[in-house]
Write a protein of this length. Structure first.
Length: 347
């Protein structure tokens, strides 16, 4: 081991992942395209009517807004569940350490559906999707939200939402009056199953396009921005030293079990939502030291700016994917993403 300590001072720019990702996924200057819907029928067939969908979205919005205002995750149930609830709980804990984080982290879907998509199935669990306006901002891109009902006695609830990305054409979906068939995690008549699509996306986000050996995944702003941020950190880390002399950076993504669901599109494909968790870890070589010149949200969480062993950040991301039908020449297209900072640690 060298007797000389190798030290690098990083700026805070690469640390603020959330704002950069949201800007890439939707802005007024580059507005997301409209989601087209198919022709209407004279008599409705979906299990959920338009009025019912509006009521469910209103209940979810009210629960989320109240919990955000009070910073109490217990107020989210029963309308906001699963990863959406756990991500919010982590966000409230971070806001306790940095009050200014609330403005950046507590963006949320509103209660007005731009495009509702409901299931025609009477079986449980029931699934519905909606493209929902952003709450309190006409400039922000809308969110894909998944709603599910476990049984006849349970309310419709959501475990996640993903903000629509800009610059990508959206698949045509059945009108609200027609409804759509739900797809399961193991649906076989798609290009790949929804479970496999999420696993592929997680692998590519973790290790690059080399993991997409069959070239089934299209590019998207979330992936591009994530890669750019990691490369920027890597360049700063290696500035003035040999490659990886100070340390190495890697982010590993993992799909959350039990959180995948979606509905059919007009072409026989599907829009699917799922949840990923990830950890971006800077492993610092022995004898090296990494310092931040100013505080960012991660150093605030940790309570330190200088690290000699490792520096890790945890995220939760809800994604929306379009999966083409089996036999199609189209690719799996990510169409939405919303990311939350969950935690950080270092030593």
């Amino acid at each position: 081991m060298s007797a000389v300590t190798r030290r690098v001072v990083l700026s805070g720019a690469g640390a603020m992942a959330l704002g950069g990702l949201l800007a890439a996924c939707g802005s007024k200057e580059d507005a997301p395209p409209a989601v087209p819907s198919g022709p209407e029928l004279e008599s409705p067939t979906p299990a959920v009517t338009g009025d019912q969908m509006s009521a469910y979205l209103g209940d979810i919005h009210d629960a989320l807004k109240a919990a955000d205002e009070d910073r109490k995750a217990g107020e989210l149930a029963p309308r906001v569940t699963g990863s959406a609830a756990s991500f919010r709980k982590a966000t409230y804990a971070i806001i306790d350490k940095d009050k200014g984080w609330a403005k950046k982290a507590l963006t949320r879907p509103g209660q007005k559906a731009v495009v509702p998509i409901t299931s025609t199935s009477e079986d449980f669990p029931r699934t519905a999707l909606a493209l929902v306006e952003a709450d309190g901002s006409s400039d922000a891109a809308p969110y894909f939200m998944i709603l599910q009902q476990k049984d006849a006695k349970s309310p419709y609830s959501t475990w996640g939402w993903a903000q629509q990305v800009a610059g990508i054409d959206m698949p045509t979906v059945p009108s609200a009056q027609v409804g759509s068939a739900a797809v399961t995690a193991d649906e076989k008549d798609l290009l790949v199953t929804p479970k496999e699509a999420l696993e592929l996306y997680a692998a590519v986000l973790s290790s690059g396009d080399k993991k997409d050996r069959k070239h089934q995944l299209a590019d998207d702003p979330f992936k591009q921005t994530t890669f750019e941020q990691i490369w920027k950190e890597r360049r700063e880390l290696n500035k003035g030293v040999d490659k990886d002399e100070i340390g190495t950076i890697h982010e590993e993504y993992t799909p959350v079990k039990g959180e995948v669901g979606g509905l059919r599109t007009d072409d026989g494909g599907a829009i699917v939502l799922g949840t990923l968790t990830s950890t971006r870890k800077l492993s610092i070589n022995e004898g090296s030291k990494v310092s931040y010149g100013e505080d960012n949200i991660y150093t605030t969480i940790i309570g330190a700016r200088t690290f000699t062993k490792e520096y890790s950040r945890d995220y939760g991301t809800t994604v929306a994917l379009y999966i083409p039908p089996k036999g199609s020449e189209k690719k799996i297209q990510p169409i939405g993403a919303t990311r939350a900072v969950l935690d950080a640690r270092g030593e």
